[in-house]
Design a protein around this ligand. Structure first.
Ligand code: ZN
Length: 109
C-alpha cells in the first residue's frame, strides 16, 4: 500500500485515545515502511527525563512532551480546499499520480 499522505499535509486523527480524536496537525515525518507518521501536536506523549551530563552541558530533569507516531489507518487527510477530513483518490495523468479529494474533487498536490 502506498502512502497517500506526505510531509506538510494536515491530517485529522479519526480514532485513538478519546481526548485526541478529531485533533488536527501538520505532518512532520512519514515512515512509509511502517505505515506510520508523526503530526505536530497530535498524539502527545510524555517522557520523564533524568538529569544527564553531556559534553559539559547539563540537561535538567523534568517531563518532556513529544509527538508519538500514529498508524496511517488512524488518520485522514484534511483537504486544504474544503477543510474536510477526506479519503484521497489517485488520479493518473501523463504518467504522474495526483491526489484528488473525494469530497470536493479538488486537486490536493
Ligand atoms: Zn476537498
Amino acid at each position: 500500500m502506498k502512502m497517500k499522505i506526505k510531509k506538510g499535509d494536515t491530517i485529522e486523527l479519526i480514532s485513538g485515545r478519546e481526548r485526541d480524536k478529531g485533533r488536527r496537525g501538520e505532518v512532520i515525518r512519514v515512515m512509509p515502511k511502517d505505515n506510520r507518521l508523526v503530526a505536530q501536536g497530535v498524539n502527545m506523549r510524555k517522557k520523564h527525563q533524568r538529569q544527564v551530563q553531556t559534553q559539559g552541558r547539563t540537561i535538567s530533569p523534568g517531563i518532556i512532551e513529544f509527538e508519538g507516531s500514529i498508524h496511517i489507518s488512524n488518520v485522514m487527510l484534511v483537504c486544504p480546499k474544503c477543510d474536510e477530513a477526506t479519503r484521497v483518490a489517485i488520479q493518473r495523468e501523463d504518467g504522474s499520480a495526483r491526489r484528488v479529494c473525494k469530497h470536493c474533487e479538488a486537486l490536493i498536490d
